[in-house]
Design a protein around this ligand. Structure first.
Ligand SMILES: C[S@@+](CC[C@H](N)C(=O)[O-])C[C@H]1O[C@@H](n2cnc3c(N)ncnc32)[C@H](O)[C@@H]1O
Length: 243
């Protein structure tokens, strides 16, 4: 865990400031939309359970709601939690049924209250990502699915996600300072934390489709597909079921 006082800046103010860009396919947050599409592949369709109401999905640090349309299409009642007020307003316009303004390291929800919990691209923004994972597991019902995706604490991830991604003059480039490498996530500790809380995560690497990237940069595509890669050393996703 990184000391909170050592963290350079206020990530929430950053995302409030970027709230107009959530849904811009060529804006600073565009890659989050590509990753949201990839995340959806790991979320099962909602089960119809007579007498139990609609299955529910909690999207932790939902931001502007990029995952909302995928979750809604799969049949879930979609709940989002984030601290960025302006982003939550966007989420409500994009498939979310309910949003809650709260810190993700202490979720204001009952134990075992969601069928699916997703946490996309947020663990690398908090000093204690493992507290978020424990909380995600706590609010997930037995048999439910957890999907998390984040950035690994490796030198190559620092080079790709900060040196390259924040500096190359390409559309979809995050602002400088979006990431602090000290917050990148240790994969072994992530899987250990999930296991200790009842979820066996399987990790998968993700990377952009290079030809899509080139076409996107040239203005000939509006979206880049994320594809599976063996290496989990940069961007990776973990998925598992709670026992
Ligand atoms: C990179 S964005 C990811 C948003 C969304 N999950 C997605 O993939 O599009 C990170 C989000 O985490 C939120 N966030 C960061 N720290 C947080 C905290 N401690 N509590 C709640 N939200 C937080 C930010 O406001 C922002 O919306």
């Amino acid at each position: 865990m990184v000391e909170r006082s050592a963290i350079r800046k206020d990530f929430i103010a950053d995302y409030d400031g970027l709230a107009d860009e959530w849904w811009d396919p060529r804006g600073a947050l565009a890659p989050l939309g590509w990753i949201a599409r990839a995340r959806a592949e790991y979320v099962p369709a909602a089960e119809h359970r007579p007498g139990q109401g609609q299955a529910s999905l909690l999207d932790i640090a939902c931001g502007g709601g990029l995952f909302g349309p995928y979750a809604a299409d799969k049949g879930y009642r979609v709940v989002g939690v984030d601290l960025s007020e302006l982003s939550l307003r966007e989420a409500l316009r994009h498939g979310f049924d309910e949003v809650v303004r709260a810190d993700i390291t202490g979720l204001p929800f009952d134990d075992e209250s969601f069928d699916v919990v997703t946490a996309g691209q947020c663990l690398e923004h908090v000093p204690d990502p493992f507290a978020v994972v424990s909380e995600a597991c706590r609010v997930l019902r037995p048999g439910g699915t957890l999907v998390v995706d984040t950035i690994a604490d490796t030198a190559v991830a620092r080079f790709v996600s900060i040196t390259l991604a924040e500096n190359l003059p390409l559309p979809g480039r995050p602002p400088r300072g979006t990431h602090d490498h000290r917050l990148f996530v240790n994969r072994a500790r992530l899987t250990r934390t999930a296991r200790a809380n009842g979820v066996e995560l399987t990790l998968h690497g993700l990377r952009p489709h290079m030809r899509d990237m080139a076409r996107y940069a040239a203005g000939r595509r509006e979206e880049v597909r994320m594809i599976a890669t063996k290496s989990t050393a940069v961007l990776f996703l973990g998925a598992g079921t709670k026992c």
